[in-house]
Write a new protein. Structure first.
Length: 129
């Protein structure tokens, strides 16, 4: 359904992701707001990997409500509060996604609404109309 775009004229991705993703005409899309690592009962894991897992679980729950799943994700934007969180976040992300790989952005930010959060993830998903 989607077409990964990684032109040979630019540097290859630094990790498992696509530089771009082309959607077919008329694709149905879902845009997920940034999700923090907090469960429905208010539990917040103490580490980045745990919080990233919860973020993705929350995104998958949102997508399930639209009859979509992880394989429908075409773009991920993630934000972490320090370089020490890059590797744990990427290990979680890389364990969840295969071909075709979504496009992905990862940024280091100064913080979130509450200091215990170290990662926030938003996603865009698409399926045929």
């Amino acid at each position: 359904m989607t077409k990964p775009l990684s032109p040979p004229s630019i540097h290859p991705p630094f990790a498992p992701y696509s530089h771009g993703v082309e959607l077919p005409p008329g694709a149905r899309t879902v845009l997920c707001s940034g999700q923090l690592g907090i469960t429905a009962d208010g539990t917040i894991p103490p580490d980045c990997a745990g919080q990233a897992k919860v973020c993705f679980d929350n995104i998958f729950a949102i997508l399930a409500e639209a009859s979509m799943g992880p394989a429908d994700i075409v773009k991920i934007n993630a934000y972490v509060t320090g370089r020490e969180h890059l590797k744990p976040y990427m290990e979680v992300r890389n364990g969840l996604f295969g071909d075709p790989l979504p496009a992905s952005t990862l940024m280091i930010v100064s913080g979130f609404a509450r200091p215990e959060f170290v990662v926030e993830i938003e996603a865009i998903a698409a399926t045929p109309a």
